[in-house]
Design a protein around this ligand. Structure first.
Ligand code: SAM
Length: 262
C-alpha cells in the first residue's frame, strides 16, 4: 500500500470499502462495460417503469423555453432529451419562440458515445452538447444553468458533498436541482420480494444481456449503501438548497429529491 492510499478517505463501492481514487476507477469500469447495453438493461430491469419516474421527475423540474440545462452523470442523454422536448412544448403552449439548450456531462466517454449514436438526437441539433467531465469538478463558471439534474448517477460519486457543492455553484439563483436516484422501500411488506429480485434476478439478467453480472451486483449493492430519503434530503439542505422535497416512486424503489438554489 502506498503512503497516499494509506491516508486517502475510503468510501463504499457496493459492499466493499475502497479509496476514493479506486471507486472512481471502478465506477468507470462498470459503465464502460455496460454502455452498449445500458438502455436495454434499464428497460428490462424495471419493465420500462424508469421512463415514468424520469418523466415525472422532469415535470417537477419544469423545463422552460430558452433555459440552459445541465444533466450531470447524464450517460446516454435521456434526461437532456426530455428536458428539451418539454421546454419546446411549454414554449409552443405559450407562444414563446426561444430554444432551450442542454449539456449531457458524464465522466465516461463510452456512455456518452452510446448516447451520441442515438437517432433521436437529430431533433435537437445544435442545442444538445456532450461533455466528458467529472460531476464533482464541473468545467463551468458559477451561475451558468437554470436547471441541473442527475438521474441514477450520484450514488456512484466518490464524494457526494463535492458534487452537491458543484451543482449549487453552477446553478443560477432560483435554479432548480432534481436528483433522481434509487432509494429505500417505504412499504416494508415488499422488502423481501424486492431483495430477492435485486440480488437474484438482476445480476443474472446482467450476465445474460450485458455479459456482466458483476456490474449489476455492484448496482444492487450500491443502492443499499445509498442514504435514506431523509438523510439525503438533509445532505442537500446542508449544501445550501432550499425547499427540498422528496417524491417516492414505486414504494421508494426510486425517489426524486428536488431543491432550489439561492
Ligand atoms: N443519467 C443516466 C440515466 O439515468 O440513464 C445514466 C445513469 S448511469 C446509472 C450512471 C452514470 O453516472 C454513468 O454514465 C457514469 O459514467 C456516471 N458517473 C459516475 N460517476 C460520475 C462522476 N463523478 N461524474 C460524472 N458522471 C459520473
Amino acid at each position: 500500500m502506498s503512503a497516499d492510499s494509506k491516508t486517502e478517505r475510503t468510501v463504499s463501492f457496493g459492499f466493499e470499502e475502497v479509496t476514493e481514487t479506486e471507486k472512481v476507477a471502478r465506477v468507470k469500469g462498470v459503465f464502460r462495460s455496460v454502455a452498449s447495453r445500458y438502455d436495454l438493461m434499464n428497460d428490462l430491469m424495471s419493465a420500462g417503469v424508469h421512463r415514468l419516474w424520469k418523466h415525472d421527475a422532469m415535470n417537477q423540474v419544469n423545463p422552460q423555453p430558452g433555459e440552459r440545462h445541465l444533466d450531470v452523470a447524464g450517460g446516454t442523454g435521456e434526461l437532456a432529451r426530455a428536458f428539451l422536448t418539454m421546454a419546446d412544448k411549454a414554449g409552443k403552449r405559450r407562444g414563446i419562440d426561444r430554444s432551450a439548450t442542454a449539456i449531457v456531462c458524464d465522466i465516461n466517454d463510452a456512455m456518452l458515445e452510446a448516447g451520441k449514436a442515438r437517432a433521436d438526437n437529430e431533433k435537437f441539433a445544435g442545442r444538445l452538447d456532450w461533455v466528458c467531465a467529472d460531476g464533482q469538478n464541473l468545467p463551468y463558471p458559477d451561475r451558468s444553468f437554470d436547471a441541473v439534474t442527475v438521474s441514477f448517477g450520484i450514488r456512484n460519486f466518490a464524494d457526494r458533498e463535492a458534487g452537491l457543492r458543484e451543482f449549487r455553484r453552477v446553478l443560477k439563483p432560483g435554479g432548480r436541482l432534481g436528483i433522481l436516484e434509487f432509494s429505500h422501500m417505504t412499504v416494508p411488506a415488499l422488502q423481501a420480494a424486492y431483495d430477492t429480485y435485486s440480488f437474484n434476478v438482476i445480476p443474472r439478467l446482467g450476465s445474460l444481456v450485458a455479459g456482466d453480472a458483476e456490474s449489476y451486483q455492484y448496482l444492487v449493492e450500491s443502492i443499499r449503501k445509498f442514504p435514506t430519503q431523509d438523510i439525503f434530503r438533509k445532505e442537500m439542505e446542508t449544501a445550501g438548497f432550499l425547499g427540498v422535497s422528496v417524491t417516492n416512486y414505486s414504494g421508494g424503489i426510486a425517489a426524486l429529491h428536488f431543491g432550489w438554489a439561492v
